[in-house]
Design a protein around this ligand. Structure first.
Ligand code: 2M8
Length: 432
């Protein structure tokens, strides 16, 4: 355990870049939104100053409308160090964009929960001050997502790009992506940076990338405006992970509000409304699963992925849905148990399109395991939480601080020194 801890701290230190941590020096050399939240959670155990710095730097790039961009670009890096880079997003030309070059899309709002966990780790005047600084920004982030992004009008936030889910090429996006017009040949005009640093067979395909580019092209052509998305935007989905994070953020904000002298009541009310909408919109009583809703067809997507287990992070998830998530998680599809044979995969192991090596289409990832682990603790399932924790430790003990892992052998895949694997390992170790 001491060895694992040392590896995690060394990984985070090596990825620290003056005011933020890069997810990976090779594959992702800028600052990413939900990575920074996960990184802050682990950094709090060893370098609390950096944990707060990480969050402050990210929120300094918040847009006037409240959106927190999914990438904040480091201007010191050479052109071409990541695709798609700042010139592709063109954020500096958009009204309401920050001074820093950023992307124009968002990622799951796990930041309020991160801020709360960082504070709880070592509550002191400095951390209360940090919470006072962040609180209005976190509130603005929620206002953006529950307001402009409620495209379906039913109380949930809609994602406008698979990258916004954080699980870029999850089989959950296959059905909505199939109808996005694109030609893989478009990619000849660009240079993918990821396949120069990772095995192309472990990454999204060129056709996936052509669609990613087409969706951004469409959003950017409308200056990243959200008011007319319905009817014109090619990808509009309500995601269970994203919206569970949205609800959990209101619970965290209620706690933060009591520390900073604000009223927690409205946060609790909003949290209850989000949980209610999540159950109403994304829970399918027929299969007992949560699945994303494609707003263009108004249907739940067919794939059963790890996204469907994420509503467990909501403390007010009704008992019926808690049980349903546990049944799904403990089924052969995901293999959760108090003694786990294999790590938690990101896709249904029994599905014909399960791919053990390809990114979010099967491999085990530390963040989705960590979210489920936190959810199990929230709902008092200590036996299953202990099993999952053991399996997460084994994963890193076998594969190192890799980005993701083979779901049978636990061999490390993707980047070899990945920040959120390191930081969430620190958090998992600390709760032993
Ligand atoms: C991956 O996504 C980026 C695009 O945002 C990429 O593939 O280049 C995802 O794993 C995402 O969840 C993560 O935040 C990002 C950086 O680690 O990499």
């Amino acid at each position: 355990m001491a060895e694992l801890r040392r590896l995690a701290v060394a990984t985070l230190d090596a990825n620290w870049e003056h005011d933020h941590t890069v997810p990976s020096r090779t594959l992702y050399p800028h600052q990413w939104s939900w990575d920074s939240a996960f990184i802050a959670i682990g950094s709090a155990h060893v370098r609390p100053d950096r944990a707060w710095r990480e969050l402050h730097t990210l929120f300094a790039a918040q847009w006037a409308d409240g959106r927190v961009p999914h990438i904040v670009f480091n201007p010191a890096l050479r052109v071409g160090s990541y695709f798609p880079g700042p010139e592709f997003w063109g954020s500096v030309a958009v009204d309401g964009g920050p001074a820093a070059a950023t992307s124009g899309i968002v990622q799951p709002p796990v930041h309020a929960q991160a801020a709360w966990l960082v504070h709880r780790r070592a509550p002191a005047e400095a951390s209360r001050e940090a919470l006072r600084r962040l609180y209005p920004r976190l509130v603005a982030q929620q206002r953006y997502l529950t307001g402009r992004r409620d495209v379906g009008g039913a109380g949930l936030a809609c994602i406008v790009h698979p990258w916004e889910s954080g699980l870029d090429n999850s089989p959950a996006w296959d059905a909505p992506m199939d109808v996005v017009p694109a030609d893989a040949a478009v990619m000849r005009a660009y240079r993918r940076h990821d396949t120069a640093h990772a095995d192309a067979a472990h990454r999204p395909t060129d056709l996936d990338y052509a669609r990613y580019v087409a969706i951004v092209d469409s959003y950017r052509a409308h200056s990243y405006r959200d008011d007319t998305l319905a009817g014109r935007h090619p990808f509009l989905v309500e995601c269970p992970l994203f919206n569970a994070a949205l609800g959990a953020a209101e619970h965290a904000l209620a706690r933060i509000a009591t520390v900073v002298g604000a009223d927690p009541g409205p946060h609790r009310e909003r949290a209850a409304r989000i949980t209610e909408a999540l159950v109403r919109r994304l829970y399918d009583p027929g299969t007992g699963t949560f699945r994303p809703r494609d707003l263009r067809t108004d249907r739940l997507v067919p794939a059963r992925t790890v996204l469907g287990l994420m509503p467990l992070i909501l403390p007010d998830l009704p008992a019926r849905q808690v049980e349903a998530v546990l049944v799904e998680a403990c089924s052969p599809r995901f293999g959760l148990a108090s003694r786990m044979e294999r790590p938690l995969p990101t896709h249904d192991r029994t599905a014909p399109d399960f791919e053990p090596l390809r990114y979010w289409r099967g491999p085990a990832w530390m963040n989705t395991s960590w979210l489920l682990w936190r959810g199990l603790l929230t709902h008092g399932r200590r036996d299953l939480a202990a099993g999952l924790r053991e399996s997460m430790l084994e994963l890193v003990a076998t594969g190192g601080c890799h980005e993701y892992f083979h779901p049978d052998t636990r061999a490390g895949l993707g980047s070899a020194a990945f920040s959120w694997t390191a930081s969430l390992l620190l958090d998992t170790l600390a709760e032993g």
